[in-house]
Design a protein around this ligand. Structure first.
Ligand code: ATP
Ligand code: MG
Length: 231
C-alpha cells in the first residue's frame, strides 16, 4: 500500500519565543495509507486541528517534514503548495460557510467558477455531485432553507468538487444529531470505496472514532495510542 500522507518528526510551535508559546505538536510521526479513513481523537487542545492544517497544507511545520505521496511538500513555495492544495485536497468546512442565499447547486458550483469551466457546466457537475450524496430532492433549495444534515451533505459535495485525493474534516458531526451523523459517515465510506478517497477526520465523537479504520489518539501534542478497527 502507498502512503497518501506522511508526517515525519513534526513539531508545530505557535508564537515561538513569546510567553504565549505553545508546542501544539511535539515530534509526531504518522503515516496514512491511501483509501483509508483515519481519525484523530484526543482531548480539546491536544493538537488535532493543528495536525489537520499541516496535512491540508494550510500551515507549515516548525520542524519536521510533511509528504503527500512521495513528494515532500512542507518545504515547497506557497505557489506550489496552493496548487497542490487546490488539486489534491478537499475540506469539509462547517456548514456555516455555505452562502445562505445561494441554492445547493450554486454553492457546490462555486469552487469551479474561477476556473475556465462555464457556469452551466459547473452547475451540471454540481448537480451530479449533489445527487451522489443523496441531495437530488434539494438541488434548487437555498442553503437557508436546508436542515443541518442537508447542509452537511452540501458541504461534502462542495469539498469533492475538485475531485480531491484527500478529504479533511474537522469535527464533521459537531452540529448534527446521531441519525444524521450515521448518514454522513456512510456517505463518506461509500466515497472511499468508490473513489479511493483518503479521509482524515478530527473528532471527539465516539461514533466517528469507531467508524474510522484507524484511530490515532493525541494527548498534549503527541500520539499516545493507535487503534486499528476490525472491519
Ligand atoms: N493559531 C494559534 N496560535 C496560538 N496557539 C494556537 C493556535 N492554534 C492552536 N493553538 C494552541 O495549540 C493547541 C492545540 O490546538 P488545536 O486546535 O490543534 O487542538 P484540538 O485538539 O483541535 O482541540 P479541540 O478539540 O478543542 O478542537 C491548543 O493549546 C491551542 O491553544
Ligand atoms: Mg480542533
Amino acid at each position: 500500500m502507498t502512503a497518501a500522507i506522511r508526517i515525519e518528526s513534526v513539531w508545530k510551535t505557535y508564537n515561538p519565543g513569546s510567553p504565549r508559546q505553545v508546542d501544539a505538536l511535539r515530534d509526531v510521526t504518522l503515516e496514512i495509507e491511501e483509501g483509508t479513513i483515519v481519525a484523530l481523537g484526543g482531548p480539546s487542545g491536544s493538537g488535532k486541528s493543528t495536525a489537520l492544517s499541516l496535512i491540508g497544507l494550510l500551515t507549515r511545520p516548525s520542524k519536521g517534514k510533511v509528504f503527500l505521496g512521495t513528494k515532500e511538500v512542507s518545504g515547497l513555495s506557497e505557489v506550489f503548495r496552493t496548487r497542490i492544495r487546490r488539486d489534491t485536497i478537499g475540506f469539509i468546512f462547517q456548514a456555516q460557510y455555505l452562502i445562505p442565499q445561494l441554492t445547493s447547486t450554486e454553492n457546490v458550483a462555486l469552487p469551479l467558477l474561477c476556473t475556465d469551466i462555464s457556469q452551466s457546466e459547473a452547475e451540471s457537475l454540481a448537480r451530479e455531485r449533489l445527487i451522489s450524496v443523496g441531495m437530488d430532492h434539494r438541488l434548487d433549495f437555498r442553503a437557508a432553507e436546508l436542515s443541518g444534515g442537508e447542509l452537511q451533505r452540501v458541504s461534502i459535495a462542495r469539498a469533492l468538487m475538485n475531485n480531491p485525493r484527500i478529504l479533511i474534516a474537522d469535527e464533521p458531526s459537531s452540529s448534527i444529531d446521531e441519525a444524521l451523523t450515521k448518514d454522513l459517515l456512510s456517505t463518506l465510506r461509500r466515497m472511499v470505496k468508490e473513489e479511493g478517497l483518503t479521509v482524515v477526520v478530527a473528532s471527539h465523537d465516539p461514533m466517528v472514532l469507531k467508524w474510522a479504520d484507524i484511530r490515532h489518539l493525541l494527548h498534549d501534542g503527541q500520539v499516545v495510542d493507535t487503534i486499528k478497527e476490525q472491519q
